[in-house]
Design a binder for this molecule. Structure first.
Ligand SMILES: Cc1cc2nc3c(=O)[nH]c(=O)nc-3n(C[C@H](O)[C@H](O)[C@H](O)COP(=O)(O)OP(=O)(O)OC[C@H]3O[C@@H](n4cnc5c(N)ncnc54)[C@H](O)[C@@H]3O)c2cc1C
Length: 505
């Protein structure tokens, strides 16, 4: 063993890696984080350009409400103290070409009244849906993650079972149906279309969308003022204050293995660092197949990465506008009267969001606006490295801006800055396979993986763990932070130590 050896090396200073680092330091482990970028946060990020701050992540943060699910963890990580959150009365609007609008209010009663006014003949379905949202306001999803599944004894399962029992019917009813399937139950043609779009993601299990509205109603799913990078930096600060060390611009090429035990990491610059344990808090595929050379696999893992599971890759056009949009609804999905072709696919709607609710993100009287679309990774990958790639980004953004002009006349002339992020940008910036925004996208198969919990180790490899969005289907900032917390609970258990949390004074 080398004298350079420390207790735990963590690969990745995204939210999962930072969280694991904080809890490890609290429990007396000496840790180092290696991050390929020069900033913390990973996908939880934002970028400053010409006086504008473009957020690339958090639309809603579970745990933003004091004493509500996930809040305590954020307090432990120093992420919420002194931070202001914006809570919206409406999640988004879906606007048809004829102006007909579904406003997705976060208050279930208000949403019910509004939907009934749009379609009285769908009254039974609307009431059932809104009553379901009310039920989810009492649902504490953090309970599912409060202890690593591997450590749960009979007593823990009984406790969890008792807490979950009242919700089993609800989860069964709304966990197995997607927004697009649910929309088909409506008689009203507009709602049949708009309900599928109401969470900006058609295949979302209704249970997830309804919990989101319920948490928004509870004021426990706010937007952090200052944007996502500032939020991540608060956890970085906590980690450094706890004595941790981050090596930035330090990309790990290989995980060093000796006698089937993880022993350290080798960076691209050939430097080696050693530790008793290694935690990978970054892309799952890169970890297993590149950094470990595909040596620690079984049939289940090979299947996981064979490309059959859903991922979400996104195109984001960010605009700095010399126009005040604060009187406009902040998030609108426009249904187009004629489809447009973006990245080789016909698109029938576009999502547009402005951030005037947070005055810190644009100069006074100006606005940040983003256009978001899910987009096929393969398309962008095929053209990457060719002149077509840059030309295509410009062309696709022009098509989107032409559409925008129809909804906000004159807006083209107000554009002061434009920036385009394709799935390749996300992949380059964070290393995530296909630029995936949340690891495995939640759908029917991945929901059951989420509930059962995924393995955090690899077969035949000791002293090695995986955390973050590739082992917590659906990802999300609070869930990956929990993932970091849980792995340290597990390590403490292996070392027969009591897991402790240090309060932030
Ligand atoms: C557009 C968008 C919107 C989102 N909206 C929300 C939302 O509203 N609410 C919410 O809760 N979640 C949201 N998410 C999801 C959430 O951001 C992610 O699930 C979560 O941040 C993933 O964290 P992670 O730590 O697991 O992984 P990552 O953030 O990917 O972190 C991994 C880190 O590892 C580093 N790394 C990778 N490879 C190496 C290497 N070889 N060596 C060293 N370092 C390496 C990367 O640079 C990165 O910093 C959104 C994501 C996106 C992209």
């Amino acid at each position: 063993m080398s004298d350079k050896q420390i207790d735990i090396i963590i690969i990745g200073a995204g939210i999962a890696g930072l969280s694991a680092g904080c809890y490890a330091q609290m429990n007396g482990y000496r840790t180092q984080i290696f991050e390929m970028h020069n900033l913390p946060g990973g996908l939880c990020t934002a970028w400053n350009r010409k006086g504008y701050v473009f957020d690339g992540c958090i639309h809603y943060l579970f745990g933003s409400g004091k004493n509500q699910p996930f809040y305590q963890m954020w307090e432990e990580l120093g992420a919420v103290q002194g931070r202001q959150f914006i809570d919206h009365d409406e999640f988004m609007r879906i606007v048809a070409p004829d102006g007909k609008t579904l406003i997705v209010y976060t208050d279930p009663d208000r949403l019910e009244r509004h939907m009934l006014s749009l379609s009285p003949r769908d009254s039974k379905l609307i009431k059932e849906f809104c009553a379901g949202i009310w039920d989810f306001t009492d649902f504490d999803m953090s309970l599912l993650l409060q202890k690593p599944k591997a450590l749960m004894g009979l007593g823990d399962w009984l406790h969890l079972g008792t807490k979950m029992l009242p919700f089993l019917g609800l989860l069964n009813k709304w966990g197995n149906i997607s927004a697009s399937e649910f929309a088909k139950r409506f008689h009203d043609p507009f709602l049949r279309y708009a309900v599928a779009q109401m969470f900006a993601w058609e295949s979302i299990p209704m249970m997830v969308g309804m919990s989101l509205l319920a948490y928004m109603y509870n004021k426990n799913a706010g937007f952090p003022v200052g944007a996502s990078l500032e939020f991540a930096k608060a956890i970085e600060k906590r980690y450094l204050e706890l004595g941790g060390k981050i090596y930035y611009s330090s990309q790990v090429e290989r995980i060093i293995v000796k006698n089937n035990q993880a022993y350290g990491v080798r960076l691209y610059n050939n430097q080696e660092y050693y530790a008793h344990r290694v935690i990978s808090a970054c892309d799952g595929r890169g970890t297993i197949f590149d950094m470990l050379g595909g040596q620690f696999l079984n049939h289940k893992i090979k299947k996981l990465y064979d490309g059959h599971l859903p991922l979400h890759s996104q195109l984001q056009v960010s605009l700095g506008l010399n126009r005040d949009l604060s009187k406009e609804p902040h998030w609108v999905t426009y249904i187009l009267n004629k489809p447009i072709i973006i990245a080789g696919e016909k698109r029938y709607e576009i999502g547009v969001k402005h951030y005037c609710f947070d005055h810190s993100l644009a100069p006074a009287g100006k606005s940040v606006m983003i256009i978001m679309l899910s987009t096929p990774y393969d398309y962008w990958q095929r053209i990457y490295g060719r002149p077509l790639y840059d030309a295509e980004q410009i062309q696709e953004s022009q098509i989107l801006i032409d559409q925008l002009e129809q909804f906000y006349p004159g807006i083209k002339a107000d554009i002061e800055f434009m920036d385009v992020a394709t799935p390749l940008s996300y992949e380059r910036y964070t290393g995530n396979w296909q630029g995936a925004s949340c690891g495995w996208l939640l759908g029917k198969e991945t929901m059951s993986m989420m509930i059962a919990g995924m393995e955090k180790t690899l077969p035949g490899l000791d002293n090695f763990y995986m955390i973050g969005q590739w082992v917590e289907p659906g990802g999300s900032v609070p869930i990956v932070a929990m993932s970091g917390r849980n792995i340290i609970q597990q390590i403490c258990y292996e070392d027969e130590k009591k897991f402790i949390v240090l309060e932030l004074l």
